[in-house]
Write a protein that binds this ligand. Structure first.
Ligand code: COA
Length: 203
């Protein structure tokens, strides 16, 4: 399961409260076209989207197998975590209404920290959309949610993710053990970036 960044910030309660409020009131239209919170009606489409191995194979913390029932549970869990300011499960639909990507933002308000996981539909991969979208989303997480730190993990063989995370200015911090929902461990590359570092690079 996703874990908060290794680096621990000192976070006053009012900062944590402001982050919770920002998560609850987040305006997804500022994140990009076609974005919406996942809702109960999305379960079947989400199961079909994630069933494609090029989409989901690299992501360790998805609820498997990709059945409609598991997706419905994940969507409901994400909504209750959103109410606590701790998660945003976001779908992007294309002009035909098909799911073209998903993002799952995990937030730890009392750590002023967030993590992002996500994937694009296979036909949208390898065209630069991932790097551009991730860059925009990282900035959005800092600006719209108000956290001061992000941590990211990627499988050690996920060259595309590593390239885009390095290019975004995240700092490599070795590896960390990521725990899958079934309790097994995946050794992952690990990065962090602070909001100050981010703004110094991207403004
Ligand atoms: C990871 C993902 C979001 C990246 O998006 P994308 O649009 O496919 O990637 P991009 O086209 O932006 O490429 C990212 C970088 O990898 C490079 N790249 C792509 N394929 C590569 C390969 N086989 N070998 C080396 N570099 C490669 C690109 O050139 C680019 O680097 P550059 O900006 O320096 O040119 C997308 O591939 C995806 O959804 N993958 C499946 C799920 C996943 O892995 N999620 C992330 C989990 S951490």
């Amino acid at each position: 399961m996703s874990a908060p960044p290794v680096t621990v910030l000192d976070v006053p309660p009012e900062e944590a409260a402001a982050i919770r409020a920002a998560v609850l009131s987040a305006d997804l239209s500022t994140l990009g076209m076609g974005r919406a919170l996942a809702g109960p009606a999305d379960a079947a489409d989400l199961a079909a989207f994630l069933a494609d191995p090029p989409v989901s194979d690299a992501i360790y913390d998805l609820p498997r197998p990709f059945t409609e029932a598991n997706m419905a549970r994940w969507i409901a869990e994400s909504e209750s975590l959103r109410q606590e300011g701790r998660r945003l499960l976001i779908l992007t639909r294309d002009e035909l209404g098909m799911i073209a990507g998903y993002s799952c933002v995990s937030i730890w308000p009392d750590r002023s920290a967030a993590e992002l996981a996500g994937a694009l539909r296979a036909d949208r991969q390898n065209g630069g959309q991932g790097a551009a979208g991730a860059l925009h989303t990282f900035g959005w997480i800092f600006d719209a949610l108000g956290v001061r730190m992000m941590g990211l993990t990627a499988a050690t063989d996920n060259v595309r993710s590593a390239k885009l995370i390095d290019a975004a200015g995240f700092v490599r911090m070795g590896t960390r053990d990521a725990i899958r929902p079934d309790g097994t461990i995946r050794v992952s590359l690990y990065w962090e970036v602070t909001r100050d570092q981010w703004r110094e690079r991207w403004g």
